[in-house]
Ligand binder design. Structure first.
Ligand SMILES: Nc1nc2c(ncn2[C@@H]2O[C@H](COP(=O)(O)OP(=O)(O)O)[C@@H](O)[C@H]2O)c(=O)[nH]1
Ligand SMILES: [Mg+2]
Length: 463
């Protein structure tokens, strides 16, 4: 179908001052439109562009012919391009104006402004990427840690798609076997088929469940884990937060109740993105402003995937510590005994362990840095165990895949229960068709326009 679409154009580089600006154009008219505004360094118009060649020259005004910017033009002829259509990329000088001027000229010369994600959408429509791969493009752009980038790259290279197709082939094989049995009942293959179906469905179900388990880890990798630091006033929460973030982001003071709002920073630990949140101290208070801070700390603790409960080793445990411990108990957490540099050892650790249950405990000094690396290592371990929940609303991609996989699992479970209950093969076939359809939603073989619209609307323009 590529070849007769209209020609879209957009600025693909980020706005603002930069070395280079990139304008991208795709569609059957890309070459002709580009030639209208491009002149070689000798001032000539080109009669045609050769595929996969770079041309040096100028972009000139359509009406006056005045030079607008010095550029490099790359032409990638269909189907050897990102969209499989003819693609032209114009590299101009960076900064706010040049790219915008080139864009305006290309629009005036006959291109249309691309919608967000429209290039990738065309790559999908033209069969260059499947839907899971197209979504990976968006995730690569958004990746905030090495682990997230690696995962998105694997998805782009088709790791997820291959697994899905594998399962899909298995399910379709079962459907075919059932249809054969139903079409040739005289061969009495019914019983054999039923066993074959049971075994096949079980294997497919195992594969789907394995993917679902990994999907949760994937969510953690992509979106990071919210780690909330709680503790009574002056336990050293802000000092610890700063030490972990590596600079003085939160205000540290000897006056209790200084941190009244929740402060957040992202750090990458062991390849996982942690969203660290510093909170106000937890204690009973009559100060209205500080009271609000305490309330917010409680809410931040509730939203956390992992809690860091900080206790001050220079003071004996008290009622405020008990309040902190009860908030933390039963959650995924690391207990931190802080200010070990003072060597006061006022905390009775047995008591603390009793309050907290089986949480790991790490002794640190936020000011000297003692024990900090061990603490980070501990956090990385806790995240890697996969018990922690990721933060934030799940990205469309991840959530969509999980929903499709869950639908698949449900359909397979129904088929399996049916097979075990001696249900007619035709009935099982309906469930298997449903499973195959749900799987196809991930790779985009069976997906409707509204879903495509939702996916690509979240892309940036020019991608
Ligand atoms: N000696 C020592 N002092 C600390 C340590 N951590 C924090 N402090 C001090 O304890 C006080 C309270 O720290 P801050 O981080 O503001 O506590 P928050 O109320 O829990 O945020 C400040 O005076 C810090 O300098 C530590 O590890 N060792
Ligand atoms: Mg503080």
């Amino acid at each position: 179908m590529y070849g007769d679409s209209d020609t879209i154009v957009a600025v693909a580089s980020a706005a603002g001052e930069a070395g280079i600006g990139l304008i991208r154009m795709s569609g059957s008219g890309a070459q002709a439109i580009c030639r209208r505004i491009f002149r070689t360094s000798g001032g000539k118009r080109l009669r045609s562009l050769e595929s996969h060649r770079v041309y040096y020259g100028r972009v000139c005004d359509l009406v006056t012919g005045d030079p607008v910017d010095e550029v490099l033009v790359t032409f990638m002829g269909s189907p050897r391009s990102y969209t499989r259509e003819d693609v032209v990329e114009v590299s101009c000088h960076g900064g706010a104006l040049p790219a915008r001027r080139v864009l305006q000229l290309l629009l005036a010369a006959g291109a249309r402004l691309a919608e967000p994600g429209e290039f990738t959408r065309r790559a999908f429509i033209n069969g260059r990427l499947d839907l899971a791969q197209a979504e990976a493009v968006c995730e690569i752009i958004r990746a905030r840690s090495d682990a997230a980038l690696r995962q998105a790259m694997q998805q782009l290279e088709g790791a997820l798609s291959r697994r899905i197709r594998d399962i899909s082939h298995r399910v379709q094989g079962l459907v075919a076997a059932i249809e054969a049995a139903v079409d040739f009942p005289e061969y009495d293959v019914e019983e054999i088929s039923r066993q074959q179906v049971r075994a096949g469905v079980r294997e497919a179900l195992t594969q789907v469940r394995a993917l679902l388990e990994r999907a949760d880890d994937g969510r953690v990798v992509r979106q990071g884990v919210r780690v909330t630091i709680i503790g009574k006033p002056n336990a050293g929460k802000s000092a610890l937060f700063n030490a972990m973030v590596g600079r003085d982001r939160a205000i540290v003071t000897p006056v209790p109740g200084t941190t009244r709002d929740v402060i957040e920073e992202a750090v990458v630990v062991g390849g996982t993105l942690l969203i660290l949140a510093d909170t106000a101290g937890i204690r009973y208070t009559e100060d209205a402003v500080e009271g609000q801070g305490v309330e917010r700390a409680r809410r931040a603790a509730e939203a956390a995937g992992l809690l860091l409960a900080v206790f001050d080793d220079s003071r004996p445990l008290d009622q405020d510590d008990l309040a902190v411990a009860s908030l933390a108990r039963g959650r995924v957490l690391a207990a931190v005994v802080n200010k070990v540099d003072l060597n006061i050892q006022a905390i009775e650790e047995a008591q603390l362990r009793e309050w907290l249950g089986p949480a790991p405990l790490q002794r640190v000094s936020a000011t000297s840095g003692d024990g900090l690396n061990e603490l980070l290592g501990l956090l990385a371990q806790l995240c890697a165990r996969g018990q922690v929940e990721s933060c934030g609303p799940p990205l469309v991609a991840g959530a969509r895949h999980i929903a499709c996989l869950e639908e698949t699992a449900t359909a397979l479970e129904t088929a399996l229960a049916g097979a075990e209950a001696g249900e007619h093969l035709e009935v099982l076939s309906v469930d298997l068709h449903e499973a195959a359809r749900a799987l196809g939603g991930i790779t985009g073989e069976s997906v409707d326009e509204s879903i495509l619209h939702r996916i690509f609307r979240d892309f940036c323009i020019g991608k």
